[in-house]
Design a protein. Structure first.
Length: 217
C-alpha cells in the first residue's frame, strides 16, 4: 500500500506505474486506487497533510481494510548539508512534536521506527536500481509554519535529515496495530540553502522514490 499525501500524486502513481487500475475511493477528494505491479496487487491512497489527517487513513486502512504493509511516499524539507533537491531518504525513525503521538504512546517516549524488513527491502531495492538513498532520522512536525524564529538548528544538531508531517504517526500506529510501516521521502525543499523543486521537477524526481516503494511493495 503506497501512501502519498496528495490525491493527484495517488492518481499519477496509479496511472503511471500500475496495471489493471480501478479507483476505489474518492471521499473528500482523497483518491484511492487498486491495481497490480508486476502481477502483485498494490494500492495507493492519498492521506492528506499532517498527523491528524494521515492518522485517520492509516488507522482505517489497517483496521477496516486489512492493510499490513504501509509505505508512505512523501516530500520533505532537507536539513542535512549533504542532501540536494530531489534526493531520496528512507526514514529509519521519526522524532516529533505531535501531541497526537504522545497520546498513542500514553505519554511515554517510545521511538517511532520503521519496520526493519521493509527498510532492508528499500535499501536493497535502491541498490539494485542504482538509486542513491540516504537512510536516517526525520522529524514529523505538526506545524508547517511554526512559531520558532530558528526552527531547524536543533534538529540539524541532532542529525535529523529532513522535516515532514506524517511519518511518526505511521510508525506509532503500525507499532500499536502490529503491522509494518516505512516512510520514503524526496527532498522537495532545501532548508539549508533556501531552494525548492519546481512542480515539473517534483514529478520527475519523485520517480526514483516511487520505484523504490514499488519494489518494496
Ligand atoms: N516542512 C514540512 N513538511 C514539508 C516540507 C517542509 O519544509 N517540505 C515538504 N514537506
Amino acid at each position: 500500500m503506497l501512501l502519498p499525501g496528495d490525491p493527484k500524486r495517488a492518481r499519477f502513481v496509479a496511472d503511471t506505474y500500475l496495471d489493471d487500475v480501478r479507483q476505489v475511493n474518492s471521499v473528500r477528494g482523497a483518491d484511492g486506487f487498486t491495481g497490480t505491479y508486476n502481477g502483485t496487487p498494490v494500492s495507493v491512497q492519498a492521506v492528506g497533510m499532517g498527523v491528524p489527517s494521515a492518522a485517520i487513513y492509516y488507522t482505517e486502512l489497517i483496521r477496516f481494510y486489512g492493510c499490513t504493509k504501509l509505505i508512505r511516499i512523501g516530500s520533505c524539507g532537507g536539513l542535512a548539508e549533504s542532501l540536494a533537491l530531489g534526493d531520496v531518504i528512507a526514514a529509519t525513525a521519526a522524532g516529533t512534536d505531535s501531541a497526537a503521538i504522545k497520546r498513542i504512546t500514553h505519554g511515554m517516549d517510545i521511538p517511532a521506527v520503521a519496520d526493519f524488513s521493509l527498510l532492508r527491502a528499500a535499501v536493497e531495492a535502491a541498490e539494485a536500481q542504482d538509486i542513491a538513498m540516504s537512510v536516517g532520522t526525520v522529524f514529523t512536525s505538526d506545524l508547517f509554519y511554526g512559531p520558532e524564529s530558528d526552527p531547524f538548528t536543533a534538529l540539524q544538531a541532532n542529525g535529523v535529515l529532513g522535516v515532514e508531517m506524517e511519518i511518526a504517526v505511521l510508525y506509532a500506529l503500525c507499532a500499536t496495530e502490529g503491522v509494518s510501516g516505512l516512510g520514503l521521502l524526496t527532498v522537495s525543499d532545501d532548508l539549508v540553502r533556501g531552494t525548492a523543486l519546481s512542480s515539473q521537477d517534483r514529478e520527475d524526481t519523485f520517480d526514483r522514490m516511487i520505484k523504490v516503494a514499488l519494489a518494496v511493495a
